[in-house]
Design a protein around this ligand. Structure first.
Ligand code: SF4
Length: 329
């Protein structure tokens, strides 16, 4: 009953208090069906049965000078991953064509590194122009820290959205990264917003943060008002400082998604990296809460194949959000 009252509040556009947010996170597994049903009412009111599909390309892998503890591409990681410099424009365009075939709404170009180098900006914006000309995809770039000039250049090239995650609370941030700060990240989001770009910003669950850290991050995102919030679940990778971390249980993952749904009732909530590894057989239930997923894999870890995601969506009686006309030749 309490969750239905909280859902009513969220649907009226009222903010939940911290205490109410704690109630969501502390729900017992016995209460989970009620909690999901209440979250579903909010999700349905805003996005019906629609699911947005996203495809990522890791356009530059490894070789990163930063030390994010969760990341297999960091300078401290000894994980066995592919490392390569920026892909060619043709390779990035081929990835966009695969995204169209996978029925993706949005294509996300991601590079490792603190931020884009001038030469990389030239090559990425050239690829962006070509993709915008030749496909109907919405484009998101995740390139690390951005200056105001970088953000304006991306906007001028036709980029729709920038991803830059808060990842966790300001308090916990220094526990997961020593080479840049939470404030640096806020600055990048501000630069992107001022350039007129849509924002995608979320976090990672399971890095050792507390409930309060998750609530703090959710509240901080209320100030930022991103257009989409990706919720990633730590997939511990051997060779990284968090490689031995115990990942969140599937039910914990669903409760965290509910927290973000209640606190961000009208925002796209993406069930993002690690969903296959952490939510396992509960992945379909997560779609009653979130309205967006990645398909076809992540930066350095594999993910659900498009055909399997389509089947999951169909089995739920849901529908893939249309991208409009398909690739133009
Ligand atoms: S998350 Fe990005 S900035 Fe941090 S180590 Fe990984 S690639 Fe580098």
């Amino acid at each position: 009953m309490i969750f239905q009252i909280l859902a009513d509040k969220a649907l009226r556009g009222e903010y939940l208090t911290r205490e109410e947010a704690r109630t969501v996170l502390m729900a017992s597994d016995d209460q989970l069906p009620d909690l999901i049903q209440a979250a579903w009412r909010i999700r349905f009111a805003n996005s019906g049965r629609r699911v947005k599909l996203h495809v990522l390309i890791n356009a530059k892998s490894g070789l990163c000078e930063e030390d994010c503890h969760y990341c297999s591409q960091s300078r401290t990681s000894t994980a066995d991953i592919d490392s390569y410099p920026l892909l060619s424009e043709k390779e990035i365009l081929d990835g966009a064509r695969r995204a169209v075939e996978a029925k993706a709404l949005r294509y996300c170009i991601v590079i490792s590194g603190r931020g884009p180098r001038p030469k990389e900006m030239v090559e990425i914006t050239s690829a962006v122009r070509t993709i915008k000309r030749e496909t109907p995809l919405s484009l998101c770039c995740s390139l690390g820290l951005l200056t105001p000039e970088d953000a304006k250049t991306l906007k001028a090239a036709g980029v729709d959205r920038v991803n830059h995650n808060l990842n966790t609370s300001e308090r916990f941030y220094k526990e997961i990264c020593g080479t840049h700060t939470y404030r640096d990240r806020i600055e990048t989001l501000k630069n992107a917003r001022e350039a007129g770009l849509e924002l995608c910003s979320g976090g990672i669950v399971g890095m050792g943060e507390s409930d309060e850290d998750l609530i703090e991050m959710a509240l901080a995102l209320r100030e930022i008002k991103p257009d989409s919030i990706p919720i990633n679940f730590l997939h511990p990778v051997e060779g990284t400082p968090l490689g031995a971390q115990t990942p969140p249980s599937p039910t914990r993952g669903l409760k965290v998604l509910c927290l973000f749904r209640f606190l961000h009732p009208t925002t796209e909530i993406r069930i993002a990296g690690g969903r296959e590894h952490n939510l396992r057989s509960l992945q379909a239930q997560a779609l009653y809460i979130g309205d967006s997923i990645f398909i076809g894999g992540y930066l350095t870890t594999p993910g659900q194949k498009p055909e399997e995601a389509w089947r999951m969506i169909e089995d739920l009686g849901f529908e893939i959000e249309e991208v409009g006309s398909r690739i133009q030749h």
